[in-house]
Design a protein around this ligand. Structure first.
Ligand SMILES: NC(=O)c1ccc[n+]([C@@H]2O[C@H](COP(=O)([O-])OP(=O)(O)OC[C@H]3O[C@@H](n4cnc5c(N)ncnc54)[C@H](O)[C@@H]3O)[C@@H](O)[C@H]2O)c1
Length: 279
């Protein structure tokens, strides 16, 4: 089922204090949603809400670490009190990146990246999907993965592990929900001009033990160009959601890399012994 209009909906957007999440929040508000601005950076989330309310758009800021199930449960309670008609749009968008190789990553590095990028999405679904299914309204879930959900790249082991998970989760969830009123769209940005290279600033203290890979210093300056603005990505995402599309990609340049990857996957069939029956 496709959510045809955002007008009159309540939307929860995680990681909405900056970057793509902030742009999604602003665009959804413009399209008529009441927006819950969720972020671990409480003050910055409040600033986005000030911006929205100054424009006459109802909005609520909630401080929440999406990697914590308890935080997301508390988010659910605050949202239920603010929006008794429930949530119709859920954008599981919060994400962090840290440049690490598997060989040098600490356990805490893995926990942090998978906690935010993968468990954050799972927690959002656990908290809000039951209400969406019970409601009599069309609803939509947007999960932000990445091109790194299909393609490995330098230093992306932790991040790709999480994002490949988000791709698998979203494609399966869309199939499972096909006969319901809840749609699912996967957002796969390529480079976007955001704060993601400053993600270490919001790493919780309990997960701070991290070693530096030798190349990290150089990587700290990694260029994001050519990159899109978050607002362009948010427009693509809203269009894809209202068209009920399965996935949205943001950059044609990377299409040949995807073709190479799928060709590599299919090449693996060449090693099947010809004695095995074809079915
Ligand atoms: N920027 C890119 O080039 C790019 C490319 C592909 C995918 N993405 C994905 O887009 C999404 C948004 O990232 P962005 O580029 O806008 O980065 P960003 O850093 O500008 O925004 C991410 C937001 O998430 C918040 N956040 C971080 N940890 C959190 C936590 N534990 N709980 C709640 N909020 C948390 C941050 O405070 C920040 O406001 C992420 O899932 C990211 O992986 C980004």
């Amino acid at each position: 089922m496709t959510l045809r209009t955002f007008a009159g909906t309540t939307a929860v957007v995680t990681g909405a204090a900056h970057g793509i999440g902030r742009a999604l929040a602003l665009r959804l508000a413009l399209a008529g949603s009441r927006v819950v601005v969720v972020d671990i950076r409480a003050e910055d989330a409040a600033a986005v809400v000030d911006e929205l309310t100054a424009q006459g758009a109802p909005a609520l800021a909630v401080a929440c670490d999406v990697s914590s199930r308890a935080d997301v449960a508390a988010l659910g309670e605050q949202v239920a009190a603010w929006a008794p008609d429930g949530v119709q749009v859920l954008c599981n968008n919060a994400g962090v990146f840290t440049p690490r190789h598997a060989a040098t990553a600490t356990h805490e590095d893995w926990e942090w990246v998978l906690g935010v990028c993968l468990w954050g999405v799972i927690h959002g679904i656990e908290e809000f999907l039951p209400g969406m299914l019970e409601s009599k309204r069309d609803c939509h879930i947007l999960n932000t993965a990445s091109m790194n959900g299909y393609l490995p790249s330098r230093h992306s082991t932790l991040y790709s592990t999480a994002k490949y998970g988000v791709v698998g989760l979203s494609e399966t969830l869309r199939m499972e929900l096909a006969s319901t009123r809840v749609g699912v769209t996967l957002l796969n940005p390529a480079a976007v001009r955001t704060n993601i290279s400053r993600a270490e600033e919001v790493r919780p203290e309990r997960m701070t033990r991290s070693r530096q890979d030798p190349e990290d210093e150089a990587f700290a300056d990694y260029g994001l160009s050519p990159a899109l603005d978050p607002e362009q990505v948010a427009d693509l995402a809203l269009n894809a959601m209202s068209a009920g599309r399965e996935a949205v990609f943001t950059d044609h340049v990377l299409k040949p890399l995807l073709e190479q990857r799928f060709a590599r996957v299919l090449d693996a069939f060449v090693t099947l012994p010809s004695a095995l029956p074809e079915r």
